[in-house]
Ligand binder design. Structure first.
Ligand code: GLU
Length: 607
């Protein structure tokens, strides 16, 4: 199926092809060789999908769109203090090629005008200008996701005619902004402007900034995260020549344009956009490029100050341990306890990326529920990541609930680093850390045990088969025959007592002591626990209904002893006394009915 996003971009492209206002830049002679009709659009997502329309493969020289990336490189190499001491971050109001410095600071006003950009190029790390050039080329290549070549004819064309930029470079030398040879720095600047890209490359470079400095496909870090906001801030205020204020007002994305007709726009955390169309307006911005961004911003609500979501979206379903109890079969005392208290176990299903606003909302709901809460299970299955400050808030709420006797535990994190790293970072000194469970069944069982209280011990062992619910109602003399046919087996913790898929085993197991888990294998090799069973309970009884293949694995959680009966021994006894079979089938049917009721209850809670 064709994506509606692709259809939208094609239509957008089509609707602007006829827009032929503006003119090619001609002060660099080579640039006049571009076709004025070239027009490409590309939008790249944070997981690296590139949508394109029009001349997406047409290459052109990057020109001033290189400036934010070289600024990023200088910040990474020299640190914010040194770079800020040489170059300001104020919008200038002057032309991009103005031969002026800030009268107060004596520094270029910002890194997006030529004076600031040439100074920036001179600051990039490297022992000499050729090492600096290698660094610039490899850094911009990391943003694009592949090496970028220089268009030698554009480079020579600009170098041969760039007298004004030479004047700027000597001015920078005169005022001590550039330390070394200003002409060497300038040649590097001309070369950086002559790197060849297409609009897809621009969109990937923008997407790398949107993605916190990491290229969405190669996963290479092109820029330390701490500098990303700085680069985007300068782009937001100074990126679009003297149109920057109106741009922020109307489009609202950090952006940068260049005289060859390229524009990048960045929607942090969401999209990178690259457009190429060489006809420029009088302010030097691509006419169609601006129009594309205005439409995208309007149609997809892409203004950085607009907000579609609501904090409440971080919280999905809420239910309790009464709606969805653990799948363990509780013994009588615990069952009684759960009937009156299981609603005090609160499950909260959290969604999406958890930032401060969403977590504030969740905490408010937890506080609201805290009057009768005994524990909270925060199910993180649908969470993509947590911000550090949100993780700190969750950690604080966990600790303060803990001090009041209410446990807060996590479930279904599944070792996802976007969750585990911030959660671990938030754990404070002297704090024992958070408890997290592989699945909700284990989490709720832990909460049920806690509710029941550590002081009350579950029954240690069942010594007579007659105590098993399975044999309820079987006459005493028949029980004696059954007991005579029994064998006793012992298992160590971790032993697989039966295995899913195993064929031909027709034993029925009765647990005398210990605890087992019934596990259903999942496709990815993991397990889903569907029940936990203890003394007096049985498993494997489906053979009595003719099931010959085991449907689940049963694993000993502790040391376990089982009494084991072959189904044919039962059949032998029943052939003389059919009442045995009748009673057992009745018990089995009752058991199945109650499993079905529990499953229905679960489905209702999850619906
Ligand atoms: N290389 C061009 C110059 O310095 C870049 C200008 C631009 O794209 O704004 O004049």
């Amino acid at each position: 199926m064709r994506s509606p996003i692709q259809t939208y971009l094609d239509e957008l492209h089509q609707s602007l092809v006829g827009l032929d206002e503006g003119a090619l830049a001609d002060y660099i002679p080579e640039l006049t060789k571009a076709s004025p009709d070239w027009f490409g659009i590309s939008v790249v997502t944070m997981d690296g999908v590139a949508y394109t329309a029009g001349n997406a493969d047409q290459t052109f020289t990057i020109q001033s769109v290189s400036k934010p990336f070289v600024y990023a490189t200088a910040l990474a190499d020299r640190g914010v203090d040194i770079v800020s001491s040489k170059i300001g971050v104020e919008p200038s109001g002057d032309a991009f090629n103005s031969i002026s410095l800030d009268p107060q600071t004596g520094a270029p006003r910002n890194p997006m005008i030529n004076a600031g950009a040439i100074a920036t190029t001179s600051l990039v790390g490297g022992a000499d200008s050729s090492a600096q050039w290698q660094r610039i080329a490899s850094s911009l290549g990391a943003f694009a996701g592949h090496d970028l070549a220089v268009d030698e004819s554009v480079y020579h064309s600009e170098s041969a005619t760039g007298f004004r930029n030479r004047a700027i470079a000597w001015m920078l030398k005169n005022f001590g902004v550039v330390d070394g040879d200003p002409m060497a720095a300038l040649e590097n600047y001309f070369r950086q402007c002559s790197l060849l890209v297409d609009c897809r490359d621009l969109a990937f470079m923008a997407a790398t900034l949107a993605n916190g400095g990491i290229h969405p496909v190669t996963s290479q870090r092109a820029l330390p995260a701490e500098h990303v906001e700085r680069v985007l801030s300068v782009m937001a205020t100074c990126g679009m020549y003297n149109y920057a204020g109106s741009w922020l007002f109307e489009v609202g994305m950090p952006a940068k344009s260049g005289v060859s007709g390229g524009i990048i726009a960045v929607l942090p955390g969401r999209f990178g956009i690259g457009i190429f169309s060489p006809r420029l307006d009088i302010k030097g911005n691509s006419v169609r490029g601006i129009e594309v961004c205005k439409r995208l911003s309007r149609d997809f609500s892409m203004h950085v100050f607009s907000r579609d979501g609501h904090p409440s979206m971080a919280l999905g379903r809420i239910y309790t341990g009464a709606d969805a109890p653990s799948r363990r079969q509780p013994f009588a005392e615990m069952r009684a306890c759960l009937v009156s208290h299981a609603h005090r176990i609160k499950y909260l299903c959290l969604h999406g990326y958890l930032a401060v606003d969403g977590v504030e909302y969740i905490i408010r709901k937890m506080i609201h529920m805290s009057t009768d809460a005994h524990s909270f299970i925060l199910d993180l299955h649908q969470v993509d990541g947590i911000s550090d400050c949100a993780a700190r808030l969750l950690n604080e709420v966990r600790q303060s609930f803990g001090r009041n006797g209410t446990a807060v535990v996590f479930s279904r994190i599944h070792a996802r680093r976007a969750i585990t790293v911030p959660l671990k970072r938030a754990v404070t000194r002297g704090d024992r850390g958070y408890l997290s469970f592989e699945d909700n069944d284990l989490a709720v069982e832990w909460c049920e045990n806690r509710l029941f209280g550590e002081t009350e011990q579950p029954p240690q062992a069942v010594t007579s088969l007659a105590d098993c619910l399975f044999f309820k109602g079987v006459p005493v003399e028949l029980m004696q025959k059954v007991e005579a046919a029994i064998k006793v087996y012992a298992f160590a913790p971790g032993d697989h007592i039966v295995k899913a898929g195993q064929v031909g085993d027709s034993r029925v197991f009765f647990i005398e002591s210990g605890q087992v888990s019934v596990l259903v294998p999942l496709q990815d090799g993991a397990h889903h626990r569907i029940a936990s069973l203890g003394p007096g309970m049985n498993f494997g009884e489906m053979v009595l209904l003719g099931q010959t293949t085991r449907s689940a694995t049963v694993c000993a959680d502790t040391a376990v002893t089982c009494r084991v009966l072959e189904s044919r021994d039962l059949d032998n006894i029943a052939s003389e006394a059919p009442v045995l079979k009748i009673v057992l089938l009745e018990n089995l049917a009752g058991n199945l009915a109650s499993s079905l009721r529990r499953a229905t209850q679960w489905i209702a809670a999850l619906a």
